[in-house]
Design a protein around this ligand. Structure first.
Ligand code: TMP
Ligand code: ASP
Length: 239
């Protein structure tokens, strides 16, 4: 597979065309941004660490019956992925109240709800990625009600698998964000990345934050913590 021109540059990834119309190369950058680019930094080796973490997690999910856009890791910072039509909303899954939900509803971070919470956010940075609901998603033509049912089912299954995976390496999965795409045959597939940039994970023993909140909240040791997550996960997944 030959890598061709740059198709898109996001805040943390670059997408390249390839000589196969069904495949793209996704390259992870060292850049970190928060609060819509107000805060920016380069974190040495973040691209490598996130590529390893996301590749291992997506392969693990595939092995457990979740269809994803991931094909294979091709070098230290790049993955070969299927071309999919990206659905322009994010699904946030919350096991523990934290972040924007804690702030918006005035609940202490760390409170455990009785049920798993699923949020939808429109991917529109100018509007601040607003929270939407199923009816908005259907009215905006982003997905059908039937697709949304499947999206919540897949997200719940991913939550079960990731909660167990992380618990096995001494980490509590607080919340995470996933995105979906439609393959050429209309099938829903998990897309984008699953890394400490897109979840909240806390060490089970110490309660220490092991995700991008270290960067957002100036907690220090961002690179060392991502490295710790990468080694725990990659050891557990044997890679
Ligand atoms: P929030 O507390 O800011 O709503 O974020 C919930 C989770 O979703 C947290 O783990 C970070 C992740 N997330 C992203 O990965 N990208 C985003 O654009 C947003 C809003 C959240
Ligand atoms: N909203 C995301 C965050 O704070 C991404 C960003 O703002 O760049 O992590």
């Amino acid at each position: 597979m030959k890598q061709l021109e740059l198709l898109y540059e996001g805040k943390s990834k670059l997408i390249y065309a390839t000589d196969c119309s069904e495949r793209v190369v996704v390259r992870f950058k060292d850049d970190a941004t928060a609060f819509y680019n107000i805060k920016r930094a380069k974190i040495e080796n973040k691209g490598k660490m996130n590529c390893a973490i996301s590749s291992n997690i997506l392969a693990f999910l595939e092995a457990n019956g979740i269809n994803t856009h991931f094909v294979e890791q091709i070098d230290e910072t790049s993955q070969l992925c299927r071309v999919v039509e990206h659905l322009p909303f994010e699904v946030i899954v919350r096991n523990v109240i934290a972040g924007s939900m804690a702030k918006r509803l005035g609940i202490d971070e760390g409170v455990v709800p009785e049920n798993t919470i699923f949020d939808l956010c429109l991917k529109d940075e100018e509007l601040g990625d607003p929270l939407i609901n199923d009816h908005h998603a259907v009215a905006l033509g982003l997905a059908t009600y039937e697709e949304l049912v499947k999206i919540y089912e897949i997200s719940a299954r991913v939550n079960t698998l990731l909660t167990e995976l992380y618990a096995g390496v001494g980490i509590r999965l607080v919340d995470f964000k996933v995105e979906f795409g439609r393959s050429s045959d209309g099938e829903l597939v998990l897309a984008d990345e699953l890394t400490p940039d897109t979840c909240r994970i806390w060490d089970i023993e110490t309660g220490e934050c092991m995700d991008k909140d270290r960067f957002r909240r100036d907690l220090g040791r961002v690179r060392e913590t991502y490295q710790e997550v990468a080694s725990r996960l990659c050891n557990a997944l044997n890679k």
